[in-house]
Design a protein around this ligand. Sequence first.
Ligand code: GTP
Ligand code: MG
Length: 441
Amino acid sequence: MQDTIDRVGPIKPVSTAQPEELAILVGVQTPDSKWDVNSSLDELERLADTADVKVVGRITQRLAAPDPRTFIGKGKLRELADMKNATGATVVLFDDELSPSQERNLEDELKCKIIDRSALILDIFARRARTKEGRLQVELAQLEYRLPRLTRMWTHLSRQGVGGVGLRGPGETQLEVDRRQSRERITHIKREIEQVRKHRKILREHRKAEGLPVVSLVGYTNAGKSTLLNKLAGADVLAEDKLFATLDPTTRQVRLPAGMLSLWTDTVGFIQKLPTDLVAAFRATLEEILEADVLVHVVDITHENAEEQAATVNETLRSLGAADKPTVVALNKVDKLAPDLDSGLPSLEDLPDNYVLISAELGWGIDTLLSKVEQVLESNLRELDVLLPYSEGALVDLFHKYGQVRTEEFTHAGTHIRGKLPEKYVSLMRRYETAESRSGD
Ligand SMILES: Nc1nc2c(ncn2[C@@H]2O[C@H](COP(=O)(O)OP(=O)(O)OP(=O)(O)O)[C@@H](O)[C@H]2O)c(=O)[nH]1
Ligand SMILES: [Mg+2]
């Protein structure tokens, strides 16, 4: 409309974008809360910022349990309504997942959009997903989240022309269709995702056949996983000071100090209060983690909630069934702790053996990290004693390439090798194991 306005001089530039959304944050501290309510709201504010929503106020309440009808108590609700009117807020962001009926009641009382943490995260995911797989996963999560809320949303909000945060993304058109169609779409997407999973599985098996060990970067969102991968492999992964910069997995080859080649995968970060079904929607992506030989858990050691964040990551890994993976913990961003040092790291005496201090940005501690990962990979080696027939020359090559050959004899029956081999090839060799080797199990 105003695109002929010259953007010079005193004329205020007119944005063609939607009017900025103004939000009030609401958090409740219960005896069960693992995080302090204000730290959690700080994080919610960062999420809002990532979704281009400006925060104009916050309200907190201590409760034994959330109010089943309106999540917060009556008095607080009145306070919230007053704040909304005073600030001109267009949306209220709740830090916890609301039930469909709580959401409806709050909408009726406050006459504005009510969005909870899950919906906000989904909104961010929707903007960030780039690959077909990512988009499918987000759409599925959105449909499943919206299904019980659907009728309300489109009669109430869409007819008023309300759009913007929480109502964006691949699932947007679905708001205008009925539940039955949504369910059909869910079935359809699930089938497509199943295809993607199969395809991924084939890729992984292919990678496995190539024999490179897989290292998976895991960690809280914004910990520095992508920065680390970029440093290691010159990968061109978007790293920025926003939450959930990465949604789609990227894999790069990295040579370890003693010469072993490895594949490093960077994937979606974790966050507290992420409902399990939302995590489940990313199962295809997260399966990468389950396939890894080693996890590198990146922690932003300078974050005031570093400990809580690390605990959240460990919990999420547990729920994915990946808690027992060998893990190296990389305490990142130490450059921020030592602004006067231009190289070298502050030493932390009592650090456990599988911990390492790094600065992904400046490249500090990277060699130590790589050595530790290599050590773990080597400790995955299995002692083996095999007699490989001459027709199985490829297996002999494989042993030489990925294992450590201690003795090799050429007998009339084939090549007799004693040495160590990464666990994952052992099955290929099984039928050629000598009695000696088997008795050693
Ligand atoms: N000072 C400092 N900043 C860092 C370091 N590593 C990462 N950062 C910054 O931290 C922010 C987040 O980094 P990313 O690499 O995007 O983090 P991520 O773990 O990939 O985050 P998600 O993709 O959102 O899960 C960026 O602004 C980086 O520049 C570091 O070693 N030192
Ligand atoms: Mg990232």
